[in-house]
Design a protein around this ligand. Structure first.
Ligand code: NAD
Ligand code: MG
Length: 388
């Protein structure tokens, strides 16, 4: 028995960790995939296009575009190029839902394009909310468009809110964090961390950028901001809780003190699928949770003195305006420098904090100005690096 009508989906960032797992979900439930986009992985995109036969594929690198155009010439799939192509994929008239699984601020314009086209957005791209939260939530309100969270913590909060959806009842959000590979480490120990060490996450297998963000705890900082926008709640009401086992994916405390949480094994296919099938639930291949296998679950307070990204991100949100965008842009650039072996691990947090303190912009909050703030933050980080 088919419980849910066959959905028509466009997947932005289909070659990434979230994108590939989303295609697993589509394969399993026989969803129609209308568009696929990627930065430059032409071979994987070709493979995906041959399997799902989308109306269009988009790549953002010239060589990959030329390759793909030749390779898909025998199919009905159109091949488009660049950010404009991605925005076209995000606004395809036939789509029911757009999954944005792009990494970084490159996801912002496609999110806005999808909302402008009245499309429901399943949002994995947290940088959309961090950099453009004010604009995105206002546009979604105007257009009457839903933004469904894919990030596991935000999906858990969203699931915990079902049937209790009144803002004034939410007293507190418990945002859980694994603590990453360096939980309990001191600043001195962190100085010598290599990219290889930082890329090994204890509980999740994810793209490189978010894996580094998890190691610095910037990820949790970004998630505080993401939660603040998604659920219309101030950061003081969000408590970050280190929970090493990643079984409780987050929780909501209500006015009466009742706490409702969502639990499960760490498997992103669950939150991805929930966003795609909401408000229904469908079977999933994810392993079932066996609490006795765990025996006990542990909780600790975060060490934001050592993992400064957490407090910097929170501070940036409180500053408002372009500050979160500056923090995000500086972080994206610093992570890139760290991954290419150019700066030390601890410099990521230092550079993000410096950028937030130094770059103060007072223009009106428009998309163009957000992109300029992002560019200014990246330039600042590159300059600081070059002057060392
Ligand atoms: P990833 O690096 O594995 O994949 C990123 C995707 O975006 C790829 O398809 C890539 O081709 C595309 N892309 C990269 N740069 C682009 C650009 N400039 N323009 C257009 N497309 C571009 O990343 P991921 O781990 O899948 O994460 C994607 C997003 O989901 C991030 O915002 C991340 O924070 C969020 N997220 C990921 C996980 C996870 O488990 N991986 C969990 C929660 C949230
Ligand atoms: Mg998360």
């Amino acid at each position: 028995v088919q419980l849910v009508s066959i959905k028509k989906i466009s997947i932005l960032g289909s070659t990434g960790s979230i994108g590939r797992q989303a295609l697993d979900v589509c394969r399993l439930h026989g969803y129609t995939v209308l568009a696929l986009t990627a930065n430059k992985n032409a071979s994987l995109l070709e493979e995906q296009a041959r399997e799902f036969r989308p109306k269009m594929v988009v790549v953002c690198e010239k060589d990959a575009y030329n390759t793909l155009k030749t390779r898909l010439a025998d199919t009905d799939t159109r091949v488009l190029f660049g950010s404009e192509g991605v925005c076209e994929a995000a606004a395809l008239p036939q789509a029911d839902i757009i999954l944005n699984a792009i990494v970084g601020i490159a996801g912002l314009l496609p999110t806005l394009a999808a909302i402008n086209a009245h499309k429901t957005v399943a949002l994995a791209n947290k940088e959309t909310m961090v950099t453009g939260g004010a604009l995105v939530t206002e546009l979604a309100r105007q257009k009457g468009v839903s933004i469904l969270p894919v990030d596991s913590e935000h999906s858990a909060i969203f699931q915990s809110l079902q049937g209790n959806n009144k803002q004034n009842q939410v007293q507190r959000i418990l945002l859980t964090a694994s603590g990453g590979p360096f939980f309990g480490w001191t600043r001195e120990q962190l100085e010598g961390v290599t990219a290889e060490q930082a890329l090994k996450h204890p509980n999740w297998s994810m793209g490189a950028k978010i894996t580094i963000d998890s190691a610095t705890m910037m990820n949790k900082g970004l998630e505080i901001i993401e939660a603040a926008w998604l659920f219309g709640i101030t950061p003081e009401l969000i408590e970050v809780l280190i929970h090493r086992e990643s079984v409780i994916h987050s929780a909501v405390e209500f006015a009466d003190g009742a706490v409702i949480a969502q639990l499960g094994v760490p498997d992103m296919r669950v939150p991805i699928q929930y966003a795609l099938t909401y408000p229904e639930r469908l079977p999933s291949p994810a392993k079932r949770l066996s609490l006795t296998d765990y025996g006990k679950l542990t909780f600790f307070q975060p060490d934001s003195k050592t993992f400064t990204c957490l407090s910097t991100a929170k501070h940036a949100f409180e500053m408002g305006g372009f500050a979160p965008c500056v923090a995000n842009g500086a972080n994206e650039q610093a992570v890139e420098l760290f991954l290419s072996g150019k700066i030390r691990f601890t410099q990521i947090g230092d550079l993000v904090a410096e950028a937030v303190e130094t770059i103060t912009l007072r223009d009106t909050l428009t998309v163009d100005n957000i992109l300029q703030a992002d560019a200014a933050a990246r330039k600042f980080v590159l300059k600081r690096y070059a002057s060392r």
